[in-house]
Design a protein around this ligand. Sequence first.
Ligand code: PLP
Length: 380
Amino acid sequence: MASSTTADALAAVPFYDLDPANAPLKAAIVAEFEELVSSGSFTNGPQVAAFEDAFAAYAGAPLCVGLASGLDALRLGLVALGIEPGDEVLVPANTFIATFEAIGQAGAVPVPVDATESDLNVDVALLEAAVSPRTKAIVPVHLYGQLADMREIARIASERGLLVLEDACQAHGATRDGMRAGTGGVAGAFSFYPGKNLGAFGDAGALVSGDADLVERVRRLREHGQREKYVHVEEGFTARLDTVQALVLLHKLPLLDSWNDQRAAVAAVYEERLQGVGNLKLPPVPEGSRPVWHLYVVRSQQRHALATHLRERGIGTGLHYPQPPHLSAAYASLGYSAGAFPVTERAANEVLSLPLFPGMTEAQVEAVCSAVKGFFAGER
Ligand SMILES: Cc1ncc(COP(=O)(O)O)c(C=O)c1O
Protein backbone atom coordinates (compact mmCIF):
# COMPACT_ATOMS: atom_id res chain seq x y z
CA MET A 1 0.00 0.00 0.00
CA ALA A 2 1.34 3.43 -0.90
CA SER A 3 2.33 5.62 2.05
CA SER A 4 0.52 8.92 2.37
CA THR A 5 1.22 12.60 2.28
CA THR A 6 -0.73 15.19 4.28
CA ALA A 7 -2.50 16.21 1.08
CA ASP A 8 -3.66 12.58 0.56
CA ALA A 9 -5.06 12.48 4.06
CA LEU A 10 -7.44 15.28 3.14
CA ALA A 11 -8.20 13.97 -0.32
CA ALA A 12 -11.45 12.33 -1.31
CA VAL A 13 -11.43 8.56 -1.83
CA PRO A 14 -12.90 7.59 -5.19
CA PHE A 15 -14.56 4.20 -5.38
CA TYR A 16 -11.98 3.28 -7.99
CA ASP A 17 -8.97 5.14 -9.38
CA LEU A 18 -7.22 3.72 -12.44
CA ASP A 19 -4.53 6.38 -12.49
CA PRO A 20 -2.03 5.05 -9.90
CA ALA A 21 -1.68 1.83 -11.93
CA ASN A 22 -1.81 3.41 -15.40
CA ALA A 23 0.27 6.56 -14.96
CA PRO A 24 3.71 4.88 -14.63
CA LEU A 25 3.06 2.91 -17.86
CA LYS A 26 1.68 5.77 -19.91
CA ALA A 27 4.85 6.98 -21.66
CA ALA A 28 5.94 3.49 -22.76
CA ILE A 29 2.45 2.60 -23.99
CA VAL A 30 2.03 5.85 -25.91
CA ALA A 31 5.44 5.38 -27.58
CA GLU A 32 4.46 1.90 -28.75
CA PHE A 33 1.06 3.14 -29.80
CA GLU A 34 2.76 5.67 -32.09
CA GLU A 35 4.66 2.81 -33.73
CA LEU A 36 1.44 0.85 -34.09
CA VAL A 37 -0.25 3.79 -35.80
CA SER A 38 2.62 3.91 -38.30
CA SER A 39 2.50 0.14 -38.86
CA GLY A 40 -1.27 0.08 -39.38
CA SER A 41 -1.55 -3.41 -37.82
CA PHE A 42 -4.70 -2.56 -35.90
CA THR A 43 -6.07 -6.11 -36.04
CA ASN A 44 -4.12 -9.36 -35.75
CA GLY A 45 -0.86 -7.50 -35.04
CA PRO A 46 2.03 -9.43 -33.46
CA GLN A 47 1.10 -8.15 -29.98
CA VAL A 48 -2.06 -10.27 -30.04
CA ALA A 49 -0.25 -13.63 -30.24
CA ALA A 50 2.41 -12.38 -27.82
CA PHE A 51 -0.24 -11.49 -25.26
CA GLU A 52 -2.07 -14.80 -25.78
CA ASP A 53 1.13 -16.71 -24.99
CA ALA A 54 1.90 -14.54 -21.97
CA PHE A 55 -1.61 -14.75 -20.55
CA ALA A 56 -1.81 -18.54 -21.04
CA ALA A 57 1.40 -18.81 -19.00
CA TYR A 58 0.02 -16.49 -16.32
CA ALA A 59 -3.27 -18.34 -16.05
CA GLY A 60 -1.53 -21.73 -15.99
CA ALA A 61 -3.34 -22.92 -19.12
CA PRO A 62 -1.83 -24.45 -22.27
CA LEU A 63 -3.65 -22.13 -24.70
CA CYS A 64 -5.27 -18.71 -24.85
CA VAL A 65 -7.31 -16.91 -27.49
CA GLY A 66 -7.71 -13.14 -27.28
CA LEU A 67 -11.20 -11.74 -27.74
CA ALA A 68 -13.02 -8.41 -27.78
CA SER A 69 -14.62 -8.77 -24.31
CA GLY A 70 -15.33 -11.13 -21.46
CA LEU A 71 -18.83 -11.62 -22.82
CA ASP A 72 -17.35 -12.74 -26.14
CA ALA A 73 -15.08 -15.19 -24.33
CA LEU A 74 -18.09 -16.74 -22.58
CA ARG A 75 -20.40 -16.64 -25.61
CA LEU A 76 -17.93 -17.95 -28.19
CA GLY A 77 -16.70 -20.52 -25.66
CA LEU A 78 -20.23 -21.87 -25.23
CA VAL A 79 -20.89 -21.92 -28.98
CA ALA A 80 -17.59 -23.70 -29.59
CA LEU A 81 -18.46 -26.26 -26.91
CA GLY A 82 -21.51 -27.15 -28.99
CA ILE A 83 -24.15 -25.57 -26.75
CA GLU A 84 -27.32 -25.38 -28.82
CA PRO A 85 -30.83 -23.97 -28.68
CA GLY A 86 -32.87 -25.95 -26.18
CA ASP A 87 -29.88 -26.82 -24.00
CA GLU A 88 -29.88 -25.74 -20.38
CA VAL A 89 -26.83 -24.23 -18.71
CA LEU A 90 -26.54 -23.90 -14.93
CA VAL A 91 -25.47 -20.44 -13.81
CA PRO A 92 -25.18 -18.76 -10.39
CA ALA A 93 -28.18 -16.54 -9.70
CA ASN A 94 -25.70 -14.18 -8.03
CA THR A 95 -23.69 -12.83 -10.92
CA PHE A 96 -23.25 -9.91 -13.29
CA ILE A 97 -25.82 -10.10 -16.09
CA ALA A 98 -23.17 -10.90 -18.75
CA THR A 99 -23.03 -14.53 -17.59
CA PHE A 100 -26.74 -14.90 -18.40
CA GLU A 101 -26.29 -12.99 -21.68
CA ALA A 102 -23.62 -15.38 -22.91
CA ILE A 103 -25.84 -18.40 -22.31
CA GLY A 104 -28.86 -16.77 -23.92
CA GLN A 105 -26.84 -15.59 -26.94
CA ALA A 106 -25.49 -19.10 -27.44
CA GLY A 107 -29.16 -20.06 -27.79
CA ALA A 108 -29.43 -21.93 -24.49
CA VAL A 109 -31.55 -21.38 -21.39
CA PRO A 110 -29.82 -20.02 -18.27
CA VAL A 111 -30.94 -22.04 -15.24
CA PRO A 112 -30.02 -20.05 -12.12
CA VAL A 113 -28.84 -21.71 -8.92
CA ASP A 114 -28.83 -19.77 -5.63
CA ALA A 115 -25.69 -18.58 -3.83
CA THR A 116 -24.27 -19.81 -0.54
CA GLU A 117 -23.78 -17.41 2.36
CA SER A 118 -20.31 -18.85 2.80
CA ASP A 119 -18.86 -17.03 -0.25
CA LEU A 120 -21.83 -15.66 -2.26
CA ASN A 121 -20.78 -17.92 -5.15
CA VAL A 122 -22.95 -20.77 -6.39
CA ASP A 123 -24.23 -23.11 -3.65
CA VAL A 124 -22.83 -26.46 -4.74
CA ALA A 125 -25.34 -28.25 -2.51
CA LEU A 126 -28.11 -26.97 -4.84
CA LEU A 127 -26.38 -27.68 -8.14
CA GLU A 128 -27.26 -31.36 -8.52
CA ALA A 129 -30.97 -30.75 -7.96
CA ALA A 130 -30.94 -28.23 -10.84
CA VAL A 131 -29.56 -30.76 -13.36
CA SER A 132 -32.17 -31.94 -15.90
CA PRO A 133 -31.90 -34.20 -18.95
CA ARG A 134 -31.35 -31.02 -21.02
CA THR A 135 -28.49 -29.67 -18.89
CA LYS A 136 -25.26 -29.49 -20.91
CA ALA A 137 -22.95 -27.25 -18.95
CA ILE A 138 -22.21 -25.30 -15.79
CA VAL A 139 -20.83 -21.76 -15.91
CA PRO A 140 -19.52 -21.10 -12.38
CA VAL A 141 -18.63 -17.49 -11.61
CA HIS A 142 -15.78 -16.43 -9.31
CA LEU A 143 -17.53 -13.36 -8.00
CA TYR A 144 -15.60 -10.44 -6.50
CA GLY A 145 -12.30 -12.27 -7.22
CA GLN A 146 -12.93 -15.38 -5.12
CA LEU A 147 -13.14 -18.83 -6.66
CA ALA A 148 -16.34 -20.80 -6.34
CA ASP A 149 -15.96 -24.29 -4.89
CA MET A 150 -14.41 -25.65 -8.10
CA ARG A 151 -13.40 -28.98 -6.59
CA GLU A 152 -17.03 -29.82 -5.87
CA ILE A 153 -18.25 -28.32 -9.15
CA ALA A 154 -15.74 -30.42 -11.11
CA ARG A 155 -16.86 -33.56 -9.24
CA ILE A 156 -20.57 -32.94 -10.00
CA ALA A 157 -19.79 -32.10 -13.63
CA SER A 158 -17.80 -35.27 -14.15
CA GLU A 159 -20.45 -37.48 -12.48
CA ARG A 160 -23.24 -35.89 -14.54
CA GLY A 161 -21.31 -35.59 -17.83
CA LEU A 162 -21.51 -31.77 -17.90
CA LEU A 163 -19.06 -29.29 -19.40
CA VAL A 164 -17.62 -26.55 -17.17
CA LEU A 165 -16.78 -23.13 -18.60
CA GLU A 166 -15.57 -20.83 -15.82
CA ASP A 167 -16.54 -17.19 -15.74
CA ALA A 168 -13.23 -15.92 -14.32
CA CYS A 169 -13.88 -12.36 -15.51
CA GLN A 170 -13.32 -11.01 -11.97
CA ALA A 171 -10.67 -13.46 -10.79
CA HIS A 172 -7.34 -13.14 -12.67
CA GLY A 173 -4.80 -15.07 -10.58
CA ALA A 174 -7.15 -16.24 -7.79
CA THR A 175 -6.69 -19.76 -6.38
CA ARG A 176 -8.68 -22.13 -4.19
CA ASP A 177 -7.74 -25.62 -3.03
CA GLY A 178 -4.72 -25.47 -5.32
CA MET A 179 -6.84 -24.70 -8.43
CA ARG A 180 -6.20 -21.54 -10.41
CA ALA A 181 -8.99 -19.40 -11.88
CA GLY A 182 -9.89 -20.49 -15.39
CA THR A 183 -8.20 -23.90 -15.32
CA GLY A 184 -10.65 -26.10 -13.40
CA GLY A 185 -12.98 -26.88 -16.32
CA VAL A 186 -12.71 -27.23 -20.08
CA ALA A 187 -12.10 -23.48 -20.44
CA GLY A 188 -12.05 -20.19 -18.55
CA ALA A 189 -13.24 -16.75 -19.66
CA PHE A 190 -11.56 -13.51 -18.60
CA SER A 191 -12.54 -9.87 -19.04
CA PHE A 192 -10.02 -7.06 -19.39
CA TYR A 193 -12.58 -4.27 -18.99
CA PRO A 194 -10.58 -1.26 -17.66
CA GLY A 195 -11.61 -1.69 -14.00
CA LYS A 196 -10.79 -5.41 -13.85
CA ASN A 197 -7.67 -6.65 -11.98
CA LEU A 198 -6.01 -6.73 -15.42
CA GLY A 199 -7.65 -3.98 -17.44
CA ALA A 200 -7.15 -2.74 -21.00
CA PHE A 201 -7.75 0.80 -22.27
CA GLY A 202 -11.17 -0.26 -23.53
CA ASP A 203 -12.97 -3.59 -23.90
CA ALA A 204 -11.02 -6.84 -24.22
CA GLY A 205 -11.20 -10.46 -23.08
CA ALA A 206 -9.69 -13.92 -23.46
CA LEU A 207 -10.51 -17.60 -23.24
CA VAL A 208 -7.95 -20.04 -21.83
CA SER A 209 -8.14 -23.80 -22.32
CA GLY A 210 -6.18 -26.98 -22.76
CA ASP A 211 -8.52 -28.15 -25.54
CA ALA A 212 -6.81 -27.35 -28.85
CA ASP A 213 -9.94 -28.07 -30.94
CA LEU A 214 -12.03 -25.74 -28.80
CA VAL A 215 -9.44 -22.96 -29.06
CA GLU A 216 -9.16 -23.45 -32.81
CA ARG A 217 -12.92 -23.12 -33.18
CA VAL A 218 -13.01 -19.96 -31.03
CA ARG A 219 -10.22 -18.53 -33.22
CA ARG A 220 -12.43 -19.11 -36.27
CA LEU A 221 -15.56 -17.81 -34.59
CA ARG A 222 -13.89 -14.56 -33.52
CA GLU A 223 -13.17 -13.75 -37.16
CA HIS A 224 -16.29 -14.47 -39.22
CA GLY A 225 -15.98 -18.24 -38.96
CA GLN A 226 -13.05 -18.23 -41.38
CA ARG A 227 -10.44 -20.99 -41.41
CA GLU A 228 -8.30 -18.92 -43.73
CA LYS A 229 -9.00 -15.63 -45.46
CA TYR A 230 -12.43 -15.81 -47.13
CA VAL A 231 -12.87 -19.51 -46.37
CA HIS A 232 -15.86 -19.32 -44.03
CA VAL A 233 -16.61 -22.73 -42.57
CA GLU A 234 -19.33 -21.55 -40.18
CA GLU A 235 -21.19 -18.40 -39.23
CA GLY A 236 -18.96 -16.32 -36.98
CA PHE A 237 -18.58 -12.98 -35.25
CA THR A 238 -16.34 -9.91 -35.14
CA ALA A 239 -14.82 -10.57 -31.73
CA ARG A 240 -11.04 -10.22 -32.06
CA LEU A 241 -8.76 -8.77 -29.41
CA ASP A 242 -7.58 -5.43 -30.89
CA THR A 243 -3.84 -5.06 -31.36
CA VAL A 244 -3.90 -1.83 -29.37
CA GLN A 245 -5.50 -3.55 -26.37
CA ALA A 246 -3.02 -6.44 -26.62
CA LEU A 247 -0.21 -3.87 -26.60
CA VAL A 248 -1.60 -2.30 -23.41
CA LEU A 249 -2.17 -5.68 -21.76
CA LEU A 250 1.40 -6.81 -22.54
CA HIS A 251 2.67 -3.81 -20.56
CA LYS A 252 0.31 -4.45 -17.67
CA LEU A 253 0.47 -8.23 -17.26
CA PRO A 254 3.92 -8.30 -15.58
CA LEU A 255 2.48 -6.02 -12.86
CA LEU A 256 -0.70 -7.99 -12.23
CA ASP A 257 0.60 -10.02 -9.28
CA SER A 258 1.93 -6.93 -7.52
CA TRP A 259 -1.41 -5.16 -8.09
CA ASN A 260 -3.23 -8.21 -6.70
CA ASP A 261 -0.91 -8.08 -3.66
CA GLN A 262 -1.76 -4.42 -3.15
CA ARG A 263 -5.46 -5.25 -3.32
CA ALA A 264 -4.93 -7.99 -0.72
CA ALA A 265 -3.08 -5.56 1.56
CA VAL A 266 -6.03 -3.14 1.48
CA ALA A 267 -8.46 -6.02 2.13
CA ALA A 268 -6.34 -7.12 5.11
CA VAL A 269 -6.58 -3.65 6.69
CA TYR A 270 -10.36 -3.57 6.15
CA GLU A 271 -10.61 -7.05 7.69
CA GLU A 272 -8.65 -5.98 10.75
CA ARG A 273 -10.18 -2.53 11.26
CA LEU A 274 -13.82 -3.29 10.43
CA GLN A 275 -14.24 -6.64 12.20
CA GLY A 276 -17.20 -6.48 14.60
CA VAL A 277 -18.21 -2.93 13.64
CA GLY A 278 -22.00 -2.45 13.97
CA ASN A 279 -24.02 -4.92 11.93
CA LEU A 280 -21.45 -4.91 9.15
CA LYS A 281 -20.72 -8.31 7.58
CA LEU A 282 -17.25 -8.60 6.04
CA PRO A 283 -16.59 -10.79 2.99
CA PRO A 284 -16.06 -14.41 4.06
CA VAL A 285 -12.98 -16.24 2.78
CA PRO A 286 -13.38 -20.03 2.89
CA GLU A 287 -10.45 -22.19 4.01
CA GLY A 288 -8.05 -22.78 1.14
CA SER A 289 -9.19 -19.73 -0.86
CA ARG A 290 -6.87 -16.94 -2.04
CA PRO A 291 -9.09 -14.26 -3.54
CA VAL A 292 -7.69 -11.47 -5.69
CA TRP A 293 -10.12 -8.89 -4.28
CA HIS A 294 -11.58 -7.54 -7.49
CA LEU A 295 -14.14 -6.00 -5.15
CA TYR A 296 -14.36 -5.65 -1.38
CA VAL A 297 -18.04 -6.22 -0.71
CA VAL A 298 -19.45 -5.72 2.78
CA ARG A 299 -23.07 -6.29 3.77
CA SER A 300 -25.38 -4.21 5.93
CA GLN A 301 -29.13 -3.73 6.17
CA GLN A 302 -28.33 0.00 6.34
CA ARG A 303 -26.21 0.03 3.21
CA HIS A 304 -27.94 3.03 1.60
CA ALA A 305 -27.53 5.18 4.73
CA LEU A 306 -23.92 3.99 5.03
CA ALA A 307 -23.23 4.85 1.36
CA THR A 308 -24.74 8.32 1.88
CA HIS A 309 -22.64 8.85 5.03
CA LEU A 310 -19.49 7.90 3.08
CA ARG A 311 -20.43 10.04 0.06
CA GLU A 312 -20.89 13.07 2.33
CA ARG A 313 -17.30 12.51 3.46
CA GLY A 314 -15.98 12.28 -0.11
CA ILE A 315 -15.83 8.48 -0.21
CA GLY A 316 -17.22 6.60 -3.20
CA THR A 317 -18.87 3.17 -3.04
CA GLY A 318 -20.42 0.74 -5.53
CA LEU A 319 -23.27 -1.79 -5.68
CA HIS A 320 -22.40 -5.21 -7.09
CA TYR A 321 -25.14 -5.89 -7.88
CA PRO A 322 -28.41 -4.21 -6.88
CA GLN A 323 -30.63 -6.49 -8.99
CA PRO A 324 -29.96 -10.16 -9.76
CA PRO A 325 -30.38 -11.02 -13.46
CA HIS A 326 -33.41 -13.29 -12.86
CA LEU A 327 -35.37 -10.26 -11.55
CA SER A 328 -34.31 -7.94 -14.39
CA ALA A 329 -36.67 -7.03 -17.25
CA ALA A 330 -34.13 -8.60 -19.62
CA TYR A 331 -34.86 -12.07 -18.18
CA ALA A 332 -38.55 -11.70 -17.30
CA SER A 333 -39.22 -14.38 -19.91
CA LEU A 334 -37.47 -16.96 -17.72
CA GLY A 335 -40.46 -16.60 -15.39
CA TYR A 336 -38.82 -16.16 -11.98
CA SER A 337 -40.30 -13.87 -9.35
CA ALA A 338 -38.99 -12.39 -6.11
CA GLY A 339 -38.20 -15.10 -3.59
CA ALA A 340 -36.95 -17.63 -6.15
CA PHE A 341 -33.31 -17.34 -4.98
CA PRO A 342 -33.41 -15.96 -1.43
CA VAL A 343 -29.68 -15.84 -0.62
CA THR A 344 -28.93 -13.97 -3.85
CA GLU A 345 -31.84 -11.59 -3.36
CA ARG A 346 -30.92 -10.86 0.26
CA ALA A 347 -27.35 -10.12 -0.83
CA ALA A 348 -28.61 -7.79 -3.58
CA ASN A 349 -30.36 -5.75 -0.88
CA GLU A 350 -27.39 -5.61 1.49
CA VAL A 351 -24.15 -5.47 -0.53
CA LEU A 352 -21.95 -2.39 -0.65
CA SER A 353 -18.52 -2.29 -2.30
CA LEU A 354 -15.88 -0.19 -0.53
CA PRO A 355 -13.04 1.56 -2.40
CA LEU A 356 -10.18 -0.80 -3.28
CA PHE A 357 -7.61 -0.34 -6.04
CA PRO A 358 -3.86 -0.71 -6.56
CA GLY A 359 -2.05 2.39 -5.39
CA MET A 360 -4.66 3.24 -2.76
CA THR A 361 -2.84 5.11 0.01
CA GLU A 362 -2.78 4.25 3.70
CA ALA A 363 -4.57 7.54 4.40
CA GLN A 364 -7.33 6.66 1.93
CA VAL A 365 -7.84 3.24 3.54
CA GLU A 366 -7.81 4.84 6.98
CA ALA A 367 -10.32 7.47 5.86
CA VAL A 368 -12.71 4.73 4.72
CA CYS A 369 -12.30 2.75 7.96
CA SER A 370 -12.89 5.71 10.24
CA ALA A 371 -15.90 6.92 8.23
CA VAL A 372 -17.46 3.42 8.37
CA LYS A 373 -16.78 3.20 12.11
CA GLY A 374 -18.16 6.72 12.60
CA PHE A 375 -21.40 5.72 10.86
CA PHE A 376 -21.95 2.78 13.19
CA ALA A 377 -20.93 4.90 16.21
CA GLY A 378 -23.85 7.19 15.35
CA GLU A 379 -21.87 10.16 13.96
CA ARG A 380 -24.07 11.99 11.50
C1 PLP B 1 -18.71 -11.87 -13.71
C2 PLP B 1 -18.58 -11.22 -15.06
N1 PLP B 1 -18.88 -11.94 -16.15
C3 PLP B 1 -18.75 -11.41 -17.38
C4 PLP B 1 -18.34 -10.12 -17.57
C5 PLP B 1 -18.29 -9.59 -18.96
O1 PLP B 1 -17.08 -9.01 -19.30
P1 PLP B 1 -17.02 -7.82 -20.38
O2 PLP B 1 -17.58 -6.60 -19.73
O3 PLP B 1 -15.57 -7.72 -20.70
O4 PLP B 1 -17.84 -8.26 -21.54
C6 PLP B 1 -18.00 -9.34 -16.47
C7 PLP B 1 -17.49 -7.96 -16.60
O5 PLP B 1 -18.11 -7.00 -16.75
C8 PLP B 1 -18.15 -9.90 -15.17
O6 PLP B 1 -17.88 -9.17 -14.08
